[in-house]
Design a protein around this ligand. Structure first.
Ligand code: ASP
Ligand code: MG
Length: 439
């Protein structure tokens, strides 16, 4: 079994759905096809949710009508037969019936999650009926019947695997199974999701659950690049990465992949391929257990980082100080990314500002607290790069002109991270591209 995931743009227009059909019928391998919502849909649903939270029903209704209108020409052009069209139209009408129904209730986060789930339910049903119309047999698998997370919002891989296998076994055995990315049930059995961009994560979870041969993530770019192609001119795709390298790159800002995607695949050793719908024969990037080559493979950057420094002479020769500081972050469920310490101060970074005020207030008890917003973590990633002679020097040589706020070296063997001001990011990425890759 293979798992093929297509994102919002890949199903964003009727002709793009036809292209997905081409790509999934190129071979006879059995496959699960995981789809995102049609591009723009989840963003619109988020907006509708905001209007309903604000009790602005008129605005909510107007946004719902606009989204509904968006699907009308889509459905008209996707299907060629009267029967296909009426099935597609009824999918859209049914789902918008659910969406409009939310106008009648108090809007809480439970309703919001139900609202956000409609995009993937629409796209996968439309696609399934489209395949049916052109005579390609497929089965539509309801993700809400197998995909689940526990109280800590962690996917329940074993249960997912059991349920998914039994759903597949219980019905007709076909070559193509179509299912929804992103959506799941939570520990209370309510409709929930795997957070924005979570369809990649779904694909990897399905791959692990079925012990698939490989997971393919299809996007609009020819794999993971060695640097951010949005701000650096000369970047190139990386042919091979190992799981750890890919996980660090995704976590530290490579936008192509949801950061949690690698974990399930790594657990069972399923290779993940990043492929390009616009150039299906290009090699893309293969992520697997094997390390390839040496040196820095890629540079990634993560913006909107907040640096927090706690300085206290009481830290001098004291023990237990760090624990107390870390406990504050634990209490507010705020992950820390980078840490550096000296004898009297500790600096660390977070990217989630939700509880920043409370955190600062509690840290105040331990010493003088300084907060710098608007920072960027730039990470240079490659297997075992911390062992490579002269590499750190190359990194810092390249950054000669740029003030560096924090450095993290050796925390992971695969990563050298530096913290700089966001306004210096583009310059830093370009300089590193030259210094490390001669590009
Ligand atoms: N549709 C969801 C989103 O836009 C999930 C995904 O596309 O991965 O975030
Ligand atoms: Mg995505």
């Amino acid at each position: 079994m293979k798992v093929l995931k297509f994102g919002g743009t890949s199903v964003g227009k009727p002709e793009r759905m036809e292209m997905v059909k081409e790509l999934i019928t190129r071979d006879q391998d059995s496959k699960v096809v995981v789809l995102s919502a049609v591009s723009g849909t989840t963003n619109s649903l988020v907006e509708i949710g905001q209007a309903l939270y604000a009790k602005d029903k008129a605005k909510g209704k107007q946004l719902i009508d606009a989204l509904y209108e968006h699907y009308q020409p889509f459905v008209k052009s996707l299907y060629k037969t009267e029967e296909g069209y009426s099935k597609g139209k009824s999918v859209v009408d049914t789902r918008f019936g659910v969406i409009r129904g939310l106008l009648e209730f108090d809007f809480t986060d439970r309703e919001e999650r139900l609202l956000l789930a409609q995009g993937e339910l629409i796209s996968t049903k439309l696609f399934h009926h489209y395949l049916e119309e052109i005579g390609i047999t497929s089965r539509w698998l309801p993700a809400l019947d197998f995909m689940s997370v526990d109280e800590d919002h962690e996917p329940e891989l074993e249960k997912i695997s059991e349920r998914l296998k039994s759903i597949i076994d219980a019905g007709e055995q076909v070559g193509i199974y179509v299912t929804q990315g992103y959506i799941c049930r939570n520990a209370k059995g309510e409709v929930d999701n795997l957070k924005r961009g979570g369809s990649d994560y779904t694909a990897s979870l399905v791959g692990a659950a079925l012990d698939a041969q490989e997971v393919q993530i299809w996007t609009d770019i020819d794999g993971m690049h060695n640097n951010d192609p949005r701000v650096v001119d000369q970047t190139r795709p990386i042919a091979q990465l190992n799981f750890d390298e890919a996980a660090e790159l995704a976590y530290f800002g490579a936008k192509i992949l949801h950061p949690a995607t690698i974990r399930p695949a790594q657990q069972v050793g399923t290779p993940v391929k990043l492929l390009n719908t616009m150039d299906p024969d290009a090699k893309g990037t293969t992520i697997s257990g094997e390390a390839a080559g040496s040196g820095v493979k890629a540079i990634a950057a993560k913006d909107d980082i907040i640096a927090i420094k706690v300085k206290s002479s009481r830290m001098l020769l004291a023990y237990g100080f760090m624990r107390k500081i870390f406990e504050v972050f634990e209490k507010y469920r705020t992950p820390i990314d980078m840490i550096t310490t000296s004898e009297v101060a500790v600096s660390l970074t977070i990217d989630d500002a939700t509880h920043l005020d409370e955190i600062i207030k509690e840290l105040d008890a331990f010493g003088k607290v300084e907060v710098d917003k608007g920072q960027t973590i730039v990470s240079c990633v490659g297997a075992n790069i911390v062992d490579e002679k002269g590499l750190a020097m190359k990194v810092f040589d390249a950054l000669e002109e740029i003030p560096v706020r924090m450095i993290s070296f050796g925390g992971s063997r695969n990563n050298i991270s530096i913290l700089i001001k966001m306004e210096n990011k583009v310059q830093a990425l370009q300089a590193l591209n030259k210094g490390l890759f001669n590009l």
